[in-house]
Design a protein around this ligand. Structure first.
Ligand SMILES: Cc1cc2nc3c(=O)[nH]c(=O)nc-3n(C[C@H](O)[C@H](O)[C@H](O)COP(=O)(O)OP(=O)(O)OC[C@H]3O[C@@H](n4cnc5c(N)ncnc54)[C@H](O)[C@@H]3O)c2cc1C
Length: 492
């Protein structure tokens, strides 16, 4: 164990949670001069990575081909013009407009603005310690035209590698259940097992939300979320979030809402690190190319009112309010043939191909009469009722009129919860409206970022920006106060 001249249980900085936010905090703390930094992770080593390891994209402001070329793998740099396909920037202003339009008005605008302003610099920082990006197939407006090279799984591998290269320590099987302060102002962390208690001069909470805690879900989100399937890991049970509130931290954000998206029916109860490809194959985000109906055969959502990268969460939330908490995405042959549907749709074992709308409805237990009437109405409207991604492509049909039809049943998968801790733009956790000395938070545990919908790629970005800020500030705090915090704390 690498913690300088301290006792084995004493650290300058402890970070709780080894997701992207926690590891960015750990890396930044080491870079800022801390010499003993531990990241405590609930999962065993073989299941490390958190929800971050199941991801793919980050949304950041950018300008110019040089910047984008610098993010790419060596082998793709020569293709930068082809990858950008005429795009030259995504400005802070566009980013803020997208975020606020989608996420509703009860958000911390100052915090969001400051995250956006630092997004480009934070991506450059990640690039400098080894992160790489790859071309993104078919980017939508707002989508950065690159995705993480190797997805979240590789991103997390690179995060762990850098943190350990700098001398940081990851302690696995280390679930934090509570924390308090010692008489000399340090943090004392509690948990099961002989490693606890642990002591730290500064503490960063990065253990995500309460998505995996059924009791907390029922309490805050409502009864219908009790048995919802998780798109992510079973470790994010909100323990450190509840402990922080007990400690006196202020809360922020929309506690009654969460990020949930349409998924194939075979989504298991939860996913684990190592299942990124399976997870990506279960996403059902091609809904703008068809219609979405409930079991009563009624549409309940404007499929192409927004780009799908901005509206997929709104659809996931609304599925939970439909009869049986199920919905059906229906496409006609023109769409299937055009190749716009991802492979997951075509290989979905629960999908049904039917020669008529009525047949498909009957086979899946949808009210056939209503659905036939709904589709007839759409087809006879003569308007762009099924225009695809905001009507931007000419290959999409305007009508659901060419059999056979593909029916894809979908459920809602919970990604993460919105309610969390109140933090300053410097990632300091507030208590009674003021920063609590030495306590920081980053990632999904932070509240105030989302109210209704969620713009894709912002979760990782917010986690990286605030993780970096939290780690830097925690190291500075530990270096400043460490010498006065008891005999074991010799800041190095
Ligand atoms: C399938 C899927 C795909 C996603 N795709 C994207 C995407 O492409 N882009 C995007 O921006 N966002 C995406 N998200 C959302 C994404 O998870 C978050 O934006 C981001 O990864 C959150 O990072 P985090 O570090 O806060 O949480 P996590 O990565 O979940 O890390 C939290 C860590 O804390 C640990 N932990 C929890 N409780 C404790 C405890 N008591 N003690 C110690 N450790 C604990 C967990 O084991 C975990 O390792 C996706 C989520 C899922 C589930």
């Amino acid at each position: 164990m690498h913690n300088g001249q301290r006792g084995l249980d004493e650290w300058q900085v402890i970070v709780v949670g080894a997701g992207n936010a926690g590891l960015c905090a750990g890396i930044a703390a080491m870079q800022a001069g801390a010499t003993s930094v531990a990241v405590l992770e609930a999962a065993p080593k073989e299941l490390r990575g958190g929800n971050s390891s199941l991801t793919k994209t980050m949304r950041f402001s950018w300008r110019g081909r040089e910047f984008m070329a610098g993010l790419l793998r060596e082998s793709d740099r020569g293709r930068v013009d082809e990858i950008l396909a005429g795009r030259s920037e995504y400005t802070d202003e566009q980013y803020l407009e997208d975020w606020l339009r989608i996420s509703g008005d009860q958000v911390d605008v100052a915090l969001i603005e400051s995250i956006i302003r630092r997004s480009n610099g934070t991506i450059a920082w990640m690039r400098d310690f080894g992160q790489r990006w790859a071309p993104r197939p078919k980017p939508l407006p707002g989508d950065v035209p690159v995705v993480l090279d190797g997805g979240g799984e590789s991103m997390q591998h690179r995060n762990f590698t850098e943190f350990e290269r700098l001398g940081g320590t990851v302690l696995y099987d280390s679930t934090v259940t509570g924390f308090g302060r010692t008489a000399d102002g340090r943090f004392l962390l509690r948990g099961p097992g002989t490693a606890f208690p642990l002591f730290a001069d500064a503490l960063v909470l990065a253990s995500a939300g309460f998505e995996a805690n059924s009791r907390m879900r029922v309490r805050h989100l409502g009864e219908q979320w009790r048995d919802v399937k998780l798109r992510g890991v079973p470790f994010n049970d909100g323990g450190p979030l509840a402990a922080a509130i007990e400690f006196g931290a202020d809360t922020a954000g929309s506690w009654a809402e969460c990020h949930a998206t349409p998924q194939g029916m075979t989504l298991p109860d939860y996913m684990l690190p190592g299942q990124m490809h399976k997870s990506h194959g279960l996403a059902r985000y091609a809904f703008p190319w068809g219609v979405v109906v409930n079991r009563e055969g009624r549409r309940f959502f404007d499929e192409s009112g927004e780009y799908s990268n901005l509206s997929y969460v709104t659809l996931g939330q609304q599925i939970m309010n439909q009869p049986g908490r199920i919905a059906f995405q229906v496409f006609d042959h023109k769409v299937v043939e055009s190749g716009v549907l991802p492979d997951g749709y075509l290989g979905d074992p629960d999908a049904v191909i039917a020669h008529s709308i009525e047949e498909g409805a009957r086979r899946l237990g949808i009210d056939a009469e209503n659905l036939v009437a709904e589709v007839q109405r759409l087809n006879s409207d003569g308007n762009d009722s099924i225009p695809g991604e905001r009507g931007e492509t000419t290959r999409t049909p305007k009508r659901l009129d060419t059999p056979p039809f593909l029916f894809v049943p979908v459920v809602s998968g919970l990604t993460f919860t919105y309610g969390g801790l109140s933090v300053t733009t410097g990632a300091e956790v507030r208590g009674g409206g003021e920063p609590i000395s030495g306590l920081y938070a980053a990632g999904v545990i932070v509240g105030g970022l989302y109210h209704h919908g969620y713009p894709g790629g912002t979760g990782l970005m917010a986690g990286a920006v605030l993780g970096r800020a939290a780690g830097t500030a925690a190291a500075e705090h530990a270096i400043r106060t460490g010498g006065t915090n008891g005999a074991g704390n010799i800041a190095g």
